[in-house]
Design a binder for this molecule. Structure first.
Ligand SMILES: Cc1cc2nc3c(=O)[nH]c(=O)nc-3n(C[C@H](O)[C@H](O)[C@H](O)COP(=O)(O)O)c2cc1C
Length: 171
């Protein structure tokens, strides 16, 4: 599958089948995160693969009661392990690095026939307590991973001419 096909076809999946994710597919998805670029190639990250059923159920309340999060057989929790570094541009390295890695995860998962849904609505302290995440580590994103039960249609996007300008910023 080429990259644009994956980008065009990927959806946020909010309903999962109980079917397990094969180890081989899970490893391919994690490999996509491992190979993602990061500022200075520091790779200051940790991806927690949550498979334990009891933990997954507890993750539902930590994720604002979003039931589908625990419904998927796998949850990936993307953590920045050095969250203080700021780039020259003023942005925190870890939020950018982890966002790229999770974007790669979503695309690699789609290629494997698996669904994901970026979860930003979570209580970081609750997640950290559940998964023994050290205090200094930050949780950037969470995604369930599993076979989709329902695949929604595409959500609308703004047209290119609204989001792109050339040479100088124009409203
Ligand atoms: C930073 C971020 C946070 C998000 N948080 C949630 C979330 O907590 N729950 C959820 O169901 N979807 C969440 N989404 C998914 C978006 O709603 C979804 O990507 C958007 O509606 C476009 O739909 P699509 O991904 O199917 O193209 C999040 C997406 C991003 C990028």
């Amino acid at each position: 599958m080429d990259v644009l096909t994956a980008i065009q076809g990927r959806r946020s999946i909010r309903s999962y089948r109980p079917q397990e994710v094969e180890e081989e597919k899970l490893l391919k998805v994690l490999e996509a995160a491992r190979l993602a670029p990061s500022a200075n190639n520091r790779q200051d990250w940790k991806f927690i693969v949550v498979r334990d059923k009891e933990l997954r159920e507890k993750m539902i309340s930590a994720c604002a009661g979003q039931r589908f999060v625990g419904e998927a057989p796998v949850i990936i929790v993307a953590c920045g392990t050095e969250p203080t570094g700021i780039m020259r541009c003023g942005q925190y390295r870890y939020t950018v690095d982890l966002s790229i890695a999770v974007a790669y995860i979503t695309l690699a998962a789609y290629e494997q026939g698996l669904g994901t849904c970026w979860i930003g609505a979570f209580d970081e302290n609750a997640v950290k307590e559940l998964l023994n995440i050290p205090e200094k580590v930050r949780v950037v994103a969470i995604t369930p991973l599993g076979y989709p039960a329902i695949i929604p249609g595409p959500r609308p996007r703004k047209p290119l001419n609204e989001v792109v300008c050339y040479d100088k910023y124009t409203e």
